[in-house]
Design a protein around this ligand. Structure first.
Ligand code: ZN
Length: 132
C-alpha cells in the first residue's frame, strides 16, 4: 500500500481514536472536516487529511508512530515480512531443482553440489540445458 493510502485507511478505520486525540473544543469541527476528506477517496483525501491533522501534535505523533514508527518496526519482525528482496539462484541443468536464496548477488557464483555448474539467476534458467 502506498503511504498516502496507508494514512487514509488508518484515519478511516480509527475515527474514534482520532477524535480522542483532538482537543475537545475542536473535535466536532475537525471530525466533520475529516469525514469530508474521507469522502474524497485515498488520493486527494490523504493530502488534505495530512494538512488538516498536522496542526494537532498528539495526532501527528500518533500518525508518525503508526505509519513510520514503532508499529512498523514491530511489523517488520513478524515472520514472513519481506526484509530484503531475495534473489533466487538455480542450477542451470534442466532436470535439477537445486536452488539457493541470496539477499545480494553472490560473487563468485556458487556451484550446484550435484552438477558442479555455476548457479544462474532463476529468471535466466528458461528450460535449462542438458547436463551430464
Ligand atoms: Zn544441478
Amino acid at each position: 500500500m502506498k503511504a498516502h493510502e496507508e494514512l487514509f485507511f488508518l484515519v478511516k478505520n480509527n475515527r474514534e481514536l482520532l477524535r480522542n486525540l483532538l482537543p475537545r473544543e475542536d473535535a466536532d469541527r475537525v471530525m466533520s472536516d475529516v469525514d469530508a476528506c474521507l469522502s474524497l477517496g485515498p488520493d486527494e483525501g490523504a493530502v488534505r487529511l495530512r494538512r488538516l491533522l498536522q496542526r494537532y501534535k498528539p495526532v501527528r505523533k500518533w500518525l508518525e508512530e503508526e505509519l513510520y514508527g514503532e508499529s512498523e518496526r514491530l511489523r517488520s519482525q513478524l515472520p514472513g515480512y519481506p526484509k530484503v528482496p531475495l534473489l533466487r539462484y538455480v542450477c542451470p541443468c534442466r532436470e535439477c531443482g537445486y536452488e539457493k536464496l541470496f539477499s545480494q548477488a553472490p560473487d563468485p557464483l556458487p556451484l550446484c553440489p550435484e552438477h558442479e555448474e555455476p548457479l544462474v539467476i532463476a529468471e535466466e534458467k528458461g528450460l535449462g540445458r542438458e547436463c551430464a
